[in-house]
Design a protein around this ligand. Structure first.
Ligand SMILES: *Cc1c(COP(=O)(O)O)cnc(C)c1O
Length: 429
């Protein structure tokens, strides 16, 4: 697989290089120079998830990795199912929340962790990342127990839900968590400063392992095939997929799957009030506004960092522009969608509800819809209980961590404190 930096055509990388680098020069995103099409889609769709995913990934990555590595990574990373449930006569949902942290980020996070650990060839690596919730948990679980990789996760003290926090602060071992006396922006600023500081960047072999890493996207392509495989054959050619979007990694993966020949008629980019993309698709003007806080907070993003990849898919002629429409859903309609789903017998949370609302609003006669369920409702328990007026029971992974003690170390938002902490913790390892 050859990738090229979308900001610098002279900066190319193999899959292994792009996984290790994350971002290219000038913060540019890596993008495949060629996306293969698959001839044997029907046959692939009849195979089990892991077996099919290995084929899809090998078609994308090619033969640059050591023999058996793709198989090993998939078998370690994809250890939980992605079932499709029928919600109405013409609408399905793909549940992506049956992994260890109950969110779809487990797929990309676990796949990236397995790739990085195998590709770093025994060299110690330190993953440093800031989180306002979901990402931290997925990264922590994905790297937990992996030799030679230490993870440092910064989060704003008291600003994420206690249950969310416990999902990543109770693991211990190679997972080090820091409760920063500041907000999420302060955490991100600390990460940025650390990457600019050679003592830490080189001394500890920093890697960001963030959401723009190419390995995450490739992992996510696989569950679109899994979704289509569970939709009845006669409905596949009319399938419209609605993706609840924040940084647009999830949607990018879906569009890559379509490019490879997976039968998906079109996509809906469903956002909350942070509607930069739906407005852009309607007016042609890229005009981000200040980010607003909503119930679907993992999508509170006004400058989505994967967007250049979606533009590349269209500009390079892989997909027609009209295969993507945008829809922004406000808080009131998100509430309403959650209640409608509950009446249909399906308990949902705000992110999936945004996608459901956009889909039911946009779906034409004769089309079949599928929306992605990106998180388990219990991850947004307070909101779901408030909107539906019913108590929600905790699934096992959440009930288990609720009883454990947080191991997070409190620190100020001063960079020197973080630096001293990280060097003391990791320098000798
Ligand atoms: C991260 C996240 C999203 C947004 O996904 P992107 O790939 O950033 O568009 C949607 N829902 C949930 C629950 C998430 O955690």
């Amino acid at each position: 697989m050859e990738l090229v930096n979308l900001k610098d055509a002279g900066d190319t990388a193999s899959f292994a290089e792009a996984v290790k680098r994350g971002l290219g020069k000038n913060q540019g995103l890596y993008f495949p120079t060629r996306i293969p099409t698959l001839e044997n889609i029907d046959d692939l769709l009849s195979r089990p998830f892991a077996e099919r995913s290995i084929e899809v990934l090998k078609a994308l990555i090619g033969d640059e990795l050591p023999q058996g590595m793709v198989e090993a990574v998939v078998n370690e990373a994809f250890t939980f199912p992605a079932p499709v449930e029928k919600v109405t006569d013409s609408i399905y949902t793909l549940e992506l929340f049956h992994g260890p942290t109950l969110a779809f980020k487990d797929f990309g996070g676990r796949f990236m962790a397995q790739c990085l650990s195998r590709l770093s060839e025994g060299q110690p690596v330190t993953i440093l990342t800031a989180t306002s919730g979901d990402t931290g948990a997925a990264v922590a679980h994905a790297f937990h127990g992996i030799e030679n990789i230490n993870v440092v996760i910064l989060f704003p003290e008291g600003k994420i839900s206690p249950l969310q926090e416990k999902l990543f602060t109770t693991l211990g071992d190679n997972i080090h968590t820091v409760a920063v006396d500041g907000d999420f922006d302060a955490c991100q600023a600390l990460v940025k400063t650390a990457f600019d500081d050679p003592d830490v960047r080189e001394g500890l072999h920093l890697n960001s392992a963030n959401s723009i890493n190419i390995s995450r996207l490739l992992a996510q392509v696989c569950y679109y095939f899994e979704a289509v495989s569970q939709v009845p054959e006669e409905e596949r050619s009319n399938l419209v997929i609605s993706v609840p979007s924040g940084n647009f990694g999830n949607l990018t993966a879906g569009m890559i799957a379509k490019t490879m020949g997976l039968p998906i008629k079109r996509f809906i980019a469903a956002t909350n009030l942070n509607d930069t993309v739906p407005r852009y698709l309607k007016t042609g003007e890229w005009a981000p506004k200040a980010t607003v806080a909503t119930m679907s907070n993992a999508m509170d993003v006004s400058q989505p960092n994967n967007w250049p990849r979606i533009e590349a898919l269209i500009e390079q002629g892989y997909l027609p522009a009209d295969c993507l429409r945008g829809e922004s859903v406000d808080e009131e309609y998100t509430h309403l969608a959650m209640r409608q789903l509950a009446q249909l017998g399906y308990t949902s949370e705000p992110h999936a509800a945004v996608a459901y609302r956009a889909l039911s609003h946009d779906l034409n006669e004769g089309e079949v819809g599928l929306f992605l369920g990106t998180a388990h409702p219990a991850k947004f328990r307070e909101t779901v209980e408030n909107v539906l007026g019913q108590p929600l029971s905790l699934p096992k992974p959440l009930a288990d961590v609720a009883a454990k003690t947080s191991l997070a170390v409190p620190l100020s938002a001063e960079y020197e404190d973080l630096k001293a902490h990280m060097l003391a913790l990791l320098k000798t390892k």
